[in-house]
Design a protein around this ligand. Structure first.
Ligand SMILES: *Cc1c(COP(=O)(O)O)cnc(C)c1O
Length: 473
């Protein structure tokens, strides 16, 4: 028994590492054409057959959870089912061209990227878009750097970015990384931005206000026009955190609400599965005044085709080449297939599904009316315990204990991908977990592969390879 088996209880499932199954040393072919100091004589590789390896990975996947196993209603994360035709498009070998090839020979790739820039600009009501940032947080950082470059170009020295308390943690981090002091705006009684508090917070030091709308409890900031006026009158810019665009698609545009700069999480809204650190893309859209500061290169259309162009006062590069092509091409395929009507339908269903699910569960939901997500409260129970118990009913629980102003929050976003039957199953799991005895809830989960794991240690001290494991022993 190794230490992992010792850590797992008797009734938990354990899948040994491949290196634990077999540690045959494989002799290396001495005929290698490589120089001697680059070769070795033997290699510790498990001597396993193909079926043994295929079964190992299949068993691991069965011990895991994914949006292809069932609903995954993590609020704010938008874990929706991503149609597999987009994977086929991304896997097309014709798209696998080296980005260092000449622009003339990359016309097809550039046309797709240019098309996506246009789609996203139209969806967001922005004048121009860069596809370079590789994630939502990277998009925020890029957008704030663009805002900073804009202020600096006007010799306007501003030191603060205002972020509502309910904002995603990355907003605070992005503003701080860009060198700003972060001013936290408390949420109003109704869960929205409090206009008086905003008036008090803005000043000639305000570089930007970062906002998501609908906000993280799914509420539409109905005072958005006044909010925009307050920030603009103070000389600041309005940043839209567009990670949660699912409620707005085809219905409302951040640009029309007065936002100057925004990012899109294409890996949440436009068909790329995410989580676990997988690749993403966080394109940034801006209004005309900010176009000259966008990262370089952008894809521009000329009379003779497409080319890479450098904005005059660019902040530089934030990622290699034009960004994460495979993620971007999936977004392009998804938007092209859905079209205007399809996108509008997706947002309608995202909002309908959240509201239907909320009706089916016996939980108090302190803030509303909400759109694509809602924050239920577990009341006098611990939200994390209830979530663990939901695992025993074969569903993935919602995001818990966030945002913090909702006590014992269970932030739930079913997305448009779920059917009514699937929402009913999810609701049954919510209700059963809440009705169970406190002992069952506190000791949950009891039916999963692993029981309670040390989540903080897993995040802070990840052991990402068997080598790291070996080094510790
Ligand atoms: C997910 C999310 C982000 C960050 O996106 P990443 O791609 O994970 O970096 C930012 N804001 C909100 C509201 C989000 O939900």
């Amino acid at each position: 028994m190794n230490h992992d088996q010792a850590r797992y209880g008797d009734d938990e499932r354990y899948e040994p590492l491949l290196s634990e199954k077999d540690t045959t040393s494989v002799d290396v072919d001495e005929q290698s054409p490589l120089p001697d100091d680059l070769t070795r004589d033997s290699l510790e590789l498990p001597g396993l057959s193909e079926p043994e390896i295929a079964r190992h990975y299949t068993r691991l996947s069965q011990m895991n959870w994914s949006v292809e196993s069932g609903p995954y209603p993590l609020g704010s994360c938008t874990m929706k089912y991503n149609p597999s035709f987009t994977e086929d498009v991304a896997a097309d070998p014709n798209g696998a061209v080296h980005p260092d090839r000449s622009e003339a020979s990359l016309q097809g790739t550039l046309e797709v990227l240019h098309g996506l820039q246009d789609y996203l600009a139209r969806i967001g009501g922005m004048d121009a878009v860069t596809l370079q940032p590789p994630a939502g947080a990277a998009g925020e950082f890029t957008g704030i750097l663009v805002a900073k470059a804009y202020h600096e170009s006007r010799d306007d020295d501003r030191s603060e970015v205002i972020v509502p308390a309910s904002a995603h943690g990355t907003n605070f981090a992005s503003a701080a990384m860009a060198g700003y002091d972060v001013v936290e705006l408390p949420s109003g009684e109704d869960g929205r931005v409090d206009l008086d508090a905003l008036e008090a917070a803005v000043s000639e030091d305000t570089a930007a206000l970062m906002l998501t709308n609908p906000n993280t409890v799914g509420l539409f900031e109905r005072d958005i026009v006044e909010i925009a006026d307050i920030v603009h009158d103070a000389g600041g810019l309005l940043y839209y955190d567009g990670a949660n665009l699912n409620a707005l698609l085809g219905r409302a545009r951040p640009g029309d609400m007065g936002f100057d700069v925004m990012h899109y999480n294409v890996h949440k809204t436009f068909a790329t599965p995410h989580g676990g650190g997988g690749p993403g893309a966080g394109p940034v859209g801006v209004v005309d005044d900010l176009v000259e500061f966008l990262p370089s290169p952008r894809v521009c259309e000329t009379e003779s085709g497409y080319e890479l162009c450098e904005p005059d006062q660019t902040i530089g590069k934030v990622h290699g080449y034009q960004g994460n092509w495979l993620v971007l091409v999936k977004a392009y395929a998804y938007i092209a297939r859905l079209g205007d009507e399809g996108l509008e339908d997706a947002s309608a269903k995202a909002v309908l599904n959240a509201n239907y699910l909320a009706e089916q569960i016996d939980y108090e939901i302190p803030y509303g009316p909400f759109h694509h997500e809602f924050a239920a409260t577990a009341g006098d129970r611990d939200a994390a315990d209830v979530a663990k118990r939901m695992l025993d009913y074969g569903v993935h629980p919602p995001t818990t204990k966030w945002p913090e102003f909702v006590p014992e929050a269970m932030l739930t976003e079913p997305t448009e991908a779920e059917s009514r039957a699937s929402l009913d199953d999810l609701a049954a799991a919510f209700n059963a977990a809440m009705a169970d005895s406190i002992e069952d809830v506190e000791s949950a989960p009891s039916k999963t592969t692993a029981r309670r794991i040390d989540q903080a240690a897993a995040a802070r001290n990840p052991r990402l390879s068997w080598q790291a494991l070996g080094d510790e022993e």
